[in-house]
Ligand binder design. Structure first.
Ligand code: FE
Length: 307
């Protein structure tokens, strides 16, 4: 245990303690879409969801030769939201509502599939031509029963419009995709209360982020090795840290002897506590609703990409 984390422990104890760590989860590596490699802490056989979150995929980082980038061709979604956050590379998407867009480094697409869209998520023509490093995330956020069949909605926020903030000592920066941190408030609106924060911590720094006790909260380590929670649990890139629901804030630190910055996603949300019926790209409450979704997709009622 480094002196930094010991000091933090003392401070947390004095402050009444932040949340402790309930567990550290390793990612599995799996192929998605047309065959691109992702790291996935969940879902997997032993761990199907972290209510209200259904999936987290880290795409890359991988260096792709020209012509070798792969994507996810036309496929449907219903009953939840997909959140794409790109750190490097360039993706293009199109959907059955006639919507098209491009995502570059730092951009976020928060897509509320609701009643349903068919979309494609592919490397841009330019990225396909040049090749390069692809790195990004996709998070699936479940929708409550009353919003599952809502009108699809897109929120596409370019990197420059994602609010950022830093601690007074300048050692910790945050990009606020959803929720609020270090005095900055997200521009993205969420259906249920969700926090999606990207923290970058220089060695020898720490941050204590308020997270209301009724939120389920986890951290995913993008890069580096960090110290988490009131008990100073260590975790490295590719691991997910689940916080217990035993406090109103979450502590993240990068030890003073760290060799690199610590890059972390802190994601939290109020659990829906509803039954989850799930089949591939459809997430509903009942099996009958899943059969309906499959039927609607097969008969073309969710639509098709026509351009
Ligand atoms: Fe998709």
């Amino acid at each position: 245990m480094s002196t930094v984390s010991e000091a933090l422990r003392d401070e947390e104890i004095r402050a009444g303690g932040g949340r402790t760590v309930a567990g550290v989860v390793n990612s599995i590596e799996t192929l998605e879409g047309a065959g691109f490699l992702v790291r996935r802490p969940f879902p997997k056989a032993s761990f199907s969801e972290f209510d209200p979150f259904l999936l987290l995929d880290e795409m890359g980082p991988m260096t792709l030769a020209p012509g070798k980038a792969k994507g996810a061709p036309d496929h449907p979604h219903r009953g939840f939201e997909t959140v794409t956050y790109l750190l490097s590379g360039e993706m293009e998407h199109k959907d059955s509502q006639g919507h098209a867009g491009k995502l570059s480094a730092g951009d976020v697409q928060w897509m509320t599939a609701g009643a349903g869209v068919v979309h494609s998520e592919m490397p841009s023509a330019e990225f396909q031509r040049t090749g390069g490093t692809l790195h990004g995330f996709q998070l699936w956020v479940n929708l409550p029963r009353q919003n599952k069949m809502m009108q699809p909605r897109y929120q596409e926020i370019p990197a420059a419009r994602i609010p950022t903030a830093r601690t007074d000592d300048g050692l910790v920066t945050v990009r606020v995709v959803a929720g609020e941190a270090l005095g900055a408030r997200a521009v993205i609106e969420t259906v249920t209360p969700i926090m999606y924060l990207h923290f970058t911590l220089r060695p020898g720094s720490r941050v204590s982020q308020p997270v209301p006790q009724d939120y389920n909260a986890f951290a995913y380590i993008i890069d580096g090795e960090g110290v988490f929670g009131a008990d100073g649990e260590r975790a490295i890139d590719g691991q997910m840290v689940m916080f217990a629901s035993d406090g109103d804030d979450v502590m993240i630190a990068n030890p003073v002897d760290a060799e690199s910055e610590l890059d972390v996603l802190l994601i939290a949300g109020v659990p829906l506590d509803e039954p989850v019926a799930r089949y591939g790209p459809f997430v509903m409450n009942t099996e009958a609703e899943i059969y309906q979704a499959i039927e609607d997709y097969r008969s073309g009622r969710i639509g098709a990409i026509n351009f």
